[in-house]
Ligand binder design. Sequence first.
Ligand SMILES: [Zn+2]
Length: 248
Amino acid sequence: MIITDSHSHLSIHAEDGIAFSVCCDENLESIDDHFELKDDIGRSYVFCGIHPWFIQDSMILENILSKCQRAIDTGRIDGIGEIGMDSVRRGIATLSRQELFFDAFVSLAVRNSLPMSIHCVKTSDRCVAVLKKYSKSLPPTAMHSLCVHFSEAERFLRLSDNIFIGVGIRSIIQCGTKTKKMLRVVPIDKVLIETDWEEGESKHWDMTRAQALARVIEYLSIVYGKPIEDIQKITFDNFKRFARSTSK
Ligand SMILES: [Zn+2]
């Protein structure tokens, strides 16, 4: 079974049954550790960015962007993420500051033609508005673990042919009804599978990462009425279009 994980926060990837995996850095502090993954056999993709939950008042955007650009210039960065906006989480930066960071990171991804992984929680209007500014040159972009009304998913998909929708174990367990309705408007060639796992989540969910991804594939097989083998192949092809694994 060829399984990919298009969004995780794990500093290890080499688990049985997972062919390719994206590791999203959250705040650039552990980016050097994530580079260690690159010494492996090319199955890990390292994305860098500042997650909206971790935007600090003390952060100077220009310095952060320079640090990211320097990392990109080394050739060891495969994408930008996790970036985005969140209006639900308490105690984080204001939405206008989140938008400032998000816009700057989208611009960075566009300038460097790097794929993006985006966190969008109850901020669809703002996220769409920012992405729209760049829609003519938008690189492959994953709206990861998106849990929105189907009409909002349609708005994202209309922005560009390069938009993908990430579906993970959280999407089907914690956001099941909404996800099922949303997927009616999402063509299967726009679906990425993911875990969004951090260290220790395997224990929390009582399954391995490969088992979690297999469960998402089974779910998609039922939703789209296609055999499991077809879903595996399609989501693998989608991953290659998203993270460009063919260049590895
Ligand atoms: Zn994440």
